[in-house]
Design a protein around this ligand. Sequence first.
Ligand SMILES: [Zn+2]
Length: 108
Amino acid sequence: MTKEEQQDINRARQLAEEIVGPVRWTTDTAGYCACHGRNLHKPKSDDPDCKIHLDGPAGHSMLFCFHGGCENELNATAERLRSALQSAGIRFEASNECMEMLTKYLKA
Ligand SMILES: [Zn+2]
């Protein structure tokens, strides 16, 4: 990894945490954070987690929630995250892990 790539990752993570809150990063560009719609989860759950991917298709970031009922909040947060990374001019290659999440959670 080049120094520039490492700087992009650090900057992107920082921007992401400003928007979604603390993230438990599991890869350079993906991790878990508390869903902004956690109070709306149906059925109610003690586990507030959703998954954050900075490495979605076409350079986009993505949020995936394992719960239901929070779609509006999740989408609004995802949109803020996406535009923050776009404004910063940071984009990552799509990861296999994110593509798998997409097929699993966004089945049409
Ligand atoms: Zn949620």
